[in-house]
Structures are given as C-alpha cells and as structure tokens.
Design a protein around this ligand. Structure first.
Ligand code: NDP
Length: 515
C-alpha cells in the first residue's frame, strides 16, 4: 500500500492551528513565517535532552567552550545581513537598528569567550579568623545545569540569544523561549549553532506562547527573564516556589534630566536617540524629560526641530528610515491612549499625535509639552515613539519627579559640570545613570546593567551577568588535619576557656574602622 504525505498546510490553515504560530511583518502585515507552538510535553523533551548533553559541554572547560563562541562571532560577521533582515522582518525596526543587534551578537560572543574564565575562575579567600588557621578557602562557580532564557519581542537577538551566550559560556545547556511575536531570529540562532557544530542539544529554541514559557519555568535550574514587570513578577513568584535563581530585566520609565548648564545641542541629540531608538520600544528608552526652567523653551525648540526631521516609514535599507513600525498591536493602543489621555488633560502634541493611516503599525513621532507629572505618559511605561517634556524649577524638583515612578531602570543627566552630574546621578533611583550620554552603557559589557524597584532583579553583563548562571560552592581544605579540634566533642572546660581567651585577645579591643 502506498501512502501519500499530507499536503503542507496553507498559511491560512496554519493561522487557525493552535499548534502553530504565524509571525507577522509589522511594517507590511505580510506573513513573515510560521513556527510550532510547543506544548508541555515538547518542552519536557527539550529539557531532558539538554540535561543529558550538559555534563559533556561543561567538561570542555572555558577554553573548549570559548572556541565555539569564537565561531559564533565569525558566523555573526559572515551572516550579518541575513540576521538583520530576519530581525527587521519580524520586528519592524530599521535595518540600521537591526545591525546594532547583530553587532551586539558579535561583541557578546567575543566578550564572553574572553572573560568567562576570569569571572568564573576559582577564587582564593583569605581570612583573619583564628579558628580556621591553616585552612585553604576556595570559592568555585559550578554551572547551574539547564538554564531557561525567556525573552521579549522588542530586541529579538539582543535580549534573547544575547543572554544565551554567557549562560553557555558558564557551562550550561540553554533553552531559549522567544516571544511568540518575534521567534524567527531565535530559530535562526538554532540554525547558527548547528552550522558552527555546537554539540547537539546544548542549545535549543522552544517556540511558543506564554504557556510554553510557563512549562520552561517549571523545568529549568535557573532562569533569565526579560519582559514586562507584570509577567516578570508572576515568573519570579514561581521561581521562588521552586527555589531556583531568577534574574529579571523588566520595564522602565527612564527620565532624562537637562540641567540649565547643559550643552543643549548634545542633550537634544542624545535624548532624541534615547527616546526614538527602535521607535521607543526599548526598555531603556528615554520616556520623559525634566528640563530646568531657564533652558526649557530653548530645549523644546531644539527637540521640535529634531522630531520634525525624523523620517517615519518602513526601512528598505540602511539609512532609509529613522522611525519604524511598532511591533506588537496592543502596544499601539497603549501609545495611543497615553497620548490621547495627555491631550485631553491639557497637554499639547508639538509633532505627531496619531496612528499613521495605511498599512503597517506606525505611530507618528510625538513630542508632548504642557504635561503634568501625574499623567500616564509620565508615570507608566509607554514603549513607543513619544516623548513628554516637563519644565521643572530646579535640580531638586527634577530628582524628586525622576524618582517618583515605580520603575528604576536607567536615567540620564545633562550638565557641563561633571561633579554636579555625578552628585545628581547618585541621588537617582536607577540601576544605571549616564551623564551627557544615553544607552552607551549597554555596549560596555564589563559594566553590570540591571534595574531597581519594578525594573528588575540581578544584572546582565559584568561578573554578575555570568555568575547568575552558576551555583556557588565554597570549599574549605584543612591542610594539616589533627585528630581533634578545640571546638569539637567531647567538650572540655579547658579548651572552652582557651577559646574564650583567644576571642578576647583577638577581638577584645575593637580596632578603629578604616575610613
Ligand atoms: P512580556 O512580559 O509580555 O513577555 C516576555 C516573555 O515572557 C515572552 O516570551 C512571553 O511569551 C513570555 N511569557 C508570557 N507569559 C509567560 C508565563 N506565564 N510564563 C513564562 N513566560 C511567559 O513582555 P514583552 O514581550 O511585551 O516585552 C516588552 C517588555 O519587556 C517591556 O516592558 C520592556 O520594558 C521589557 N524589556 C526589558 C528589558 C530590560 O533589559 N530591562 C529589555 C527589553 C525589554 P509570549 O510573547 O509568547 O506571550
């Protein structure tokens, strides 16, 4: 008997099949691709395979694993256009911004290949405790095992595979669950790891929706989550119940503070980039500006010119668009409602203010003035191409308002007085503060980046950005073992008295604390 293979499903059929997710190009509305929506059993199988593959991967050691990371680095360079095209197609960002993500992939592969070994090398610990004299104390970092990375749609490479790289470098097997809105770049990463010959099952992509993510949280040994504060808190609660480590990179409402002595051209230029990069769909976007009264009018005039000069539309190649489409349909509603609510309450849109008619999900670059500090556009994450500017009386008021939201991801301060900039920075409730700059910190991979308050827990980059994917183990070696010790049984009054004497001699006269 002959059997014929079933005809492949059409995209219309797949769009109604709960076993598949159809990915849409947000600039055009066209179908960009289709991926499986993995159920719990499929996630279980991926994790089991990863668990079996992980010990041999860990056995390779730092230099063995670094060889694969260097192959990734080369692959990213050789395939930059393909990766950028995939990011653009599913996310809608410009080719220029997509290439920034590719550059991050190159840099991160090189960085973790070079630094994983030194951040995770055994650490020798010195102690002054008289009770452990002659012992060797060591801290080591063992791989966590199978790490889950769950990522958002706004940066399909940077905040997805970008976090996989240090987790792999630490000796873990990794399962990546990208957003169902932008899974194609992660699928391409699975192709990349296979092309460079990464051992099978050390890395896998679990495409799917929130339930796929939830199934992953149930099974991994450590989790890196990037996404909204709402989902992040839910995921963290479950990780708490499972007692597995979780690192959270969540939302933000980043303020820029423009002080009266700032270089206003620089401040306007950098604030424009900070606010409009990826059409404002960046966790570390500048979401509100607080300007000291004496320079408010001049700064607003510069920003208006800058906003009016932006070219909105689908990017068709490098240098063709400054403001791409919004990726996620519900986001368009949030952006619209923040702008409309502000205008209803008395704010003015100096530019834009509405959704663009026609194909794709474009919102006009919108500069809002006459806002007040309690409006949603000043307190809630907007995640779109809008920027409210508020006049403040002085530095004190700027700091108070900057610190008044529930978020604490990043902030920027503009002043020609670097000491003043640092003074203000240290009073801001934010995980990172840039002075006379914006977003540049993300490309200093030595510098930890992570949020305070509702913006997250833990950090990416720096030593903490890889140690979070490990289990710390402290090892104590007694070099000259004796039969007995002063503090062990059977207790005897003589040894207890001697111990008390030692405590008094060593700790009896507290030294002055060094300043
Ligand atoms: P979401 O929280 O909606 O989703 C993030 C990821 O979690 C997606 O892969 C999503 O899958 C998945 N998910 C949803 N429900 C669950 C669940 N119950 N268990 C496990 N995983 C689940 O965030 P967005 O994708 O909307 O991303 C935008 C947000 O990300 C913004 O708030 C932004 O500020 C933040 N972000 C923070 C960054 C930082 O470094 N601090 C960097 C980039 C973005 P699915 O999409 O398929 O539902």
């Amino acid at each position: 008997m002959t059997t014929t293979a079933p005809a492949p499903k059409t995209s219309a059929e797949l769009s109604h099949d709960p076993g598949f997710i159809q990915v849409e190009n947000p600039s055009t509305g066209a179908v960009a691709g289709t991926v499986p929506n993995l159920d719990e059993a499929a996630v279980d199988a991926l994790v089991a395979a990863a668990r079996a593959a992980q010990p041999a991967w860990a056995e390779l050691g730092f230099s063995g694993r670094a060889r694969y990371l260097r192959s990734m680095q080369k692959w990213f360079i050789d395939n930059a256009d393909l990766v950028a095209e995939t990011i653009h197609r599913e996310n809608g960002k410009s080719y220029d911004e997509a290439h920034i993500e590719v550059a991050y992939g190159v840099m991160a592969s090189a960085f973790w290949a070079r630094k994983a070994g030194s951040y995770l090398a055994d650490e020798r610990v010195r102690t002054r405790s008289p009770f452990v004299l002659g012992r060797k104390l060591v801290i080591r970092y063992a791989p966590a095992g199978v790490v889950g990375v769950i990522g958002p749609w706004n940066n399909p490479l940077l905040n997805n595979f970008g976090d996989v790289i240090p987790a792999l470098a630490a000796g873990n097997a990794v399962i990546l669950k990208p957003s169902e809105i932008t899974p194609l770049t992660s699928v391409l990463m699975a192709r990349m790891t296979s092309e460079i010959g990464l051992p099978a099952d050390v890395f896998a992509v679990a495409t799917g929706d929130g339930e796929t993510g939830s199934a992953l949280v149930e099974r991994v040994d450590a989790l890196m989550f990037t996404g909204s504060t709402r989902t992040g808190k839910k995921v963290a609660a479950r990780c708490g119940e499972r007692l597995i480590p979780v690192s959270l990179e969540l939302g933000g409402k980043d303020p820029a503070i423009v002080l009266a002595d700032a270089d206003l051209d620089r401040a306007a230029h950098m604030t424009l980039f900070g606010a409009m990069h990826n059409s404002g769909q960046t966790c570390t976007s500048v979401e509100r500006v607080l300007v000291e009264a004496p320079v408010y009018d001049e700064f607003v005039a510069k920003m208006q010119v800058a906003f009016e000069s932006l070219r909105m539309g689908e990017s068709t190649g490098l240098g063709t668009s400054d403001s791409g489409s919004l990726t996620f349909l519900p986001q368009l509603r949030t952006v619209t409602s923040h702008v409309q609510d502000a205008v209803r309450a008395g704010a003015r849109a100096l530019t834009g203010g509405a959704v663009r008619e026609g194909a794709g999900r474009f919102f006009e670059p919108t500069l809002l003035v006459d806002v007040d500090e309690d409006m949603d556009c000043m307190t809630q994450e907007t995640f779109g191409p809008t920027l409210p500017i508020l006049k403040v009386a002085d530095e004190e008021e700027a700091i108070r308002i900057a610190n008044s939201t529930s978020f604490g991801l990043q902030a920027s301060v503009y002043t020609k007085d670097k000491k003043r900039g640092q003074r203000v920075a240290r009073r801001l409730h934010a995980g990172t503060v840039t002075i006379n700059d914006v977003l540049a910190n993300y490309f200093a991979l030595e510098l930890p980046m992570g949020g305070w308050k509702d913006s997250g827990l833990g950090a990416r980059h720096g030593a903490e950005g890889i140690r979070k994917f490990t289990k710390r183990q402290s090892i104590l070696v007694t070099n000259f073992p004796m039969k007995n010790e002063l503090h062990t049984m059977p207790f005897n009054a003589g040894s207890q008295a001697l111990m008390q004497k030692i405590v008094k001699v060593v700790y009896g006269r507290p030294r002055r604390t060094a300043r």
